[in-house]
Design a protein around this ligand. Structure first.
Ligand code: AMP
Ligand code: MG
Length: 376
């Protein structure tokens, strides 16, 4: 299939949908209504959209991504009015969270209505719903006139796409169209909170933190046990960890994390030393090695590894600044994708402070590293 590449030039230039963009959005909406697939920008990552009420469209999404069909999709809406028809009831908590955080990077799990096919929900009786903030996403959904089922627009297992070029790498020839609206702002997938049970449960951390949800709800939000599996600090990177990898570059990856997680003073020195040990060993093994750090430690590693960097044996990349974990969230998936491009054979990454959005960043990094973390 030939993939239409629809660049929203006016939106990319001045942040507003222009008349030419609007025509391209109309075309994309038509594709969605007819059961085809369109990748589109959102403030979190690019989504791979299909008509969420058509089981055939959901099947096509799973096929294009190579994703197991028991992994449910998120339905995207553009207005509160669109929530009622797809849910059995709207609990009070959902209204409160919608008032606080919609449109925005929050997905809520609710009990589904009949019209939502089981193909969309991975066979579950619940449905995940989000109202994105991105103007292009909202306009597309409104024009389509149906809830848009959309997982991240990547091949299953690869890092999520934060640019149209990433989507093209993975899905060109497999979907009808790609809408290019420039890079995604946040760079990490939405926060997911389950509101279908007795108590609210955080299933996936994101830019909206558990603390923010608790503040809005005025009650505790539980963490899904899978998020907080106590990791044995003595786990050696070569030991088999939890084998589940996701968001992952092809090469094995290890994270060096400070025990206190604040990356200051003594702890920063311990992290740098432990990174050095890992990198030295990998270089000695003759492996093309990648080192992922932060702006703050970049010049240290540049000096320490002048030789291997000049010879191209070591690839050094920064994810962003520790003063603003948002910058790291924004760049993380691009950097992880680049690891495949540069054909890294072993990746050593500094961890990040797990306050606020840093918790979501570490969650994605740990999955990319198959939970291989060394605490120092
Ligand atoms: P993605 O769209 O690639 O960001 O992935 C969608 C995420 O939403 C996956 O982690 C799913 O497991 C989760 N999800 C979607 N629907 C549900 C649901 N009904 N219950 C629990 N998790 C869900
Ligand atoms: Mg995904």
């Amino acid at each position: 299939m030939e993939t239409r590449f629809l660049e929203l030039t006016e939106y990319k230039k001045n942040g507003k949908i222009g008349p030419e963009d609007e025509a391209k959005l109309q075309e994309a909406a038509g594709i969605l209504r007819a059961g085809g697939l369109v990748a589109f920008p959102t403030e979190t990552v690019y989504g791979l959209g299909g008509n969420g009420l058509l089981k055939e469209a959901s099947r096509s999404i799973y096929a294009a991504k190579g994703r197991p069909s028991d992994n449910p999709l998120i339905l995207h809406i553009s207005d509160m009015k669109e929530l009622e028809p797809i849910t059995r009831e709207i609990p009070h908590r959902a209204r409160t969270l919608a008032e606080h955080f919609w449109p925005g990077p929050l997905t809520m799990i609710l009990n589904k209505a009949e019209i939502v096919p089981l193909e969309t929900t991975g066979g579950l009786s619940t449905v995940a719903v989000r109202m994105p903030e991105h103007e292009v996403a909202r306009r597309l959904i409104a024009l389509a006139g149906v809830p848009v089922a959309a997982p991240s627009a990547n091949t299953s297992g690869r890092p999520s796409p934060t640019t149209a070029a990433h989507v093209r790498e993975d899905l060109e020839g497999k979907i009808e169209a790609i809408l290019d609206g420039g890079p995604s702002g946040i760079g990490l997938e939405s926060t997911i909170v389950d509101l279908s049970g007795e108590e609210p449960v955080l299933l996936r951390p994101g830019a909206i933190t558990a603390e923010m949800l608790e503040k809005a709800l005025g009650e505790r939000v539980l963490l899904d046990p899978a998020l907080e599996k106590p990791l044995d600090p003595s786990v050696h990177p070569k030991a088999p960890g939890m084998k589940y990898r996701h968001y992952a570059p092809k090469a094995p990856m290890v994270i060096i994390q400070g025990k206190e997680g604040n990356f200051a003073g003594e702890e920063l020195l311990r992290v740098e030393e432990a990174v050095d040990r890992q990198v030295d060993r990998s270089l000695e093994d003759g492996k093309r090695t990648a080192l992922i750090c932060s702006d703050e430690s970049l010049s240290y590693y540049q000096k320490r590894y002048e030789g291997p960097l000049a010879k191209g044996q070591l690839i050094l990349r920064t994810m962003g600044t520790r003063n603003r974990e948002e910058s790291i969230a924004h760049n993380l998936f691009s950097v992880l994708r680049e690891m495949d491009e540069v054909q890294a054979e072993y990746i050593v990454a500094e961890g990040v402070n797990t306050e606020a959005i840093g918790y979501a960043v570490m969650n994605r990094m740990k999955k990319a590293a198959a939970q291989q973390v060394i605490y120092v």
